[in-house]
Design a protein around this ligand. Structure first.
Ligand SMILES: [Zn+2]
Length: 83
């Protein structure tokens, strides 16, 4: 990632031992003010890149994808949930 000088000065100093690992919460400042980019798929997992609107931290929030089931179309084009 490329930063302007000012952004680099303002980027938070993180303490790896003091980072919180919770969904939707900034690991650094612990505010729920993350701005997410679009989902990125990687194999069975996916992540949202984000930037914290409060402290400026940037990171990725990861999720695992779990198989839920099939939906199929019949001849008339109706979508049917397979049980
Ligand atoms: Zn933050």
């Amino acid at each position: 990632m490329l930063y302007t000088d000012e952004e680099e000065r303002n980027y938070p100093k993180i303490d790896i031992k003091d980072l919180k690992n919770s969904m939707g919460v900034c690991p650094h400042c612990k505010e729920q003010d993350l701005e997410y980019g679009s989902i990125q798929l990687e194999g069975e997992n996916a992540y949202f890149p984000y930037k914290c609107n409060n402290c400026g931290l940037e990171g990725e929030e990861w999720y695992s994808m779990e198989f839920i089931g099939h939906n199929v179309y019949d001849k008339e084009g109706n979508l049917i949930e397979v049980e």
